[in-house]
Design a binder for this molecule. Structure first.
Ligand code: FES
Length: 341
């Protein structure tokens, strides 16, 4: 193995580069000496790229055949599972294929390069460019060899992004998902019940400073496939001193004697808002610390959320129970839906 000293313009020796050469103890790989082994490795690499293509197809199939679950949590789980599996195969196929290609089919030679952490000399930089060109030549991309590998790699690389892009772009338009968040099971006259035991709530049960997790009456007995409806409908019922409550224009009759109800789903990315500070009347979302002022229409006073929590209009029926006056008048959940209105 011969070596060359590389000298900078000021005459200082910058580093030593060794000719690749072949060490005496170098053991060639099977694919280097046996054409059959090389062919087999080539087929294995192509198969891995094929797995990537298959993964992309599975992800897209799972997305386009999904029916949105229709409230069926099991169906949504399977869709998510197959989309995840497809994206996993798409990425792992390309990754393992590229590694196997490099380990079995690219030229196998030793190279020693020693240099200081300063700027390389022009000769060294030119040498790096030559090495890159060598690598490209080794891969067979530039010389018209290994058409199977080239074809499968190009196909896998070209369509793999679709496994992520199709669901992402598909969810940007239409009414497919928006409608699911625009309506909940609240409606005029539906009584408010404590979650999870379903106890109905009278206005007289709610003392100043108390907070209840509330669902529509009857929802606590629903089967599993309605759990999504329950999750969408959960609200926080809070009673404040009426003199501390700022009533928003148009919502003067949405509360009852200081009792207000707001969606429990954070308008940032949908975590359950949970922590109520009685002294300040602030509601805090534990995920990213968005803070809402219950005394002032649950407007955002801190954090990444962009709009107030949707308010559920409430009243009290003839028997003293708290009831909804209507559904929410805006989509619950992340602000994303708001922008699509
Ligand atoms: S989900 Fe509530 S702050 Fe992010």
């Amino acid at each position: 193995m011969s070596t060359d000293n590389v000298t900078q313009e000021d005459g200082a020796v910058e580093g030593t580069f060794a000719d690749p050469g072949v060490p005496e103890d170098h053991r060639p790989r099977r694919a280097d000496v046996a054409p059959k082994a090389a062919k087999r490795a080539e087929r294995q690499v192509a198969a891995m790229f094929g797995i990537s293509v298959l993964g992309t197809a599975i992800a897209i199939w799972a997305y386009v055949t999904a029916d949105g679950g229709g409230g069926d949590i099991g169906s949504v789980r399977y869709t998510t599972m197959f989309m995840g599996l497809g994206i996993f195969l798409a990425m792992i196929g390309i990754g393992t294929g590229a590694i196997h290609w490099a380990k079995t089919l690219m030229r196998d030679h030793d190279m020693v390069e020693e240099r200081h952490a300063t700027r390389s000399s022009d000769e060294a930089r030119a040498g790096a460019v030559d090495n890159l060109k060598e690598g490209a030549k080794d891969s067979g991309i530039g010389v018209g060899r290994r058409g199977l590998l080239k074809g499968s790699l190009v196909t896998a690389l070209a369509i793999a992004p679709l496994s992520v892009l199709v669901p992402a772009v598909g969810n940007l338009g239409g009414d497919w998902n928006v409608s699911k968040f625009r309506h909940t099971m609240w409606a005029k006259g539906v009584r408010l019940a404590k979650d999870p035991d379903g106890t109905l709530i009278k206005a007289s049960d709610v003392t100043i400073g108390s907070v209840f997790h509330v669902i529509p009456d009857g929802l606590n007995e629903l089967e599993e496939h309605k759990l999504e409806e329950k999750a969408k409908a959960v609200v926080l019922l809070i009673r404040m001193d009426p003199k501390n409550l700022k009533l928003r224009p148009g919502r003067e009759d949405w509360s009852f004697d200081g009792i207000v109800a707001y969606s429990k789903i954070c308008t940032h990315v949908g975590c359950p808002v949970a922590l109520y500070e009685q002294q300040t009347h602030h509601l805090l979302c534990p995920c990213h610390q968005s803070t809402f002022d219950v005394a002032d229409g649950a407007k955002v006073i801190f954090g990444p959320a962009k709009r107030p929590l949707p308010q559920l209009p409430i009243a009290v029926d003839d028997e003293g129970y708290i009831v909804a006056k209507d559904d929410f008048n805006e989509p619950i959940g992340p602000s994303y839906w708001e922008r699509l209105k």
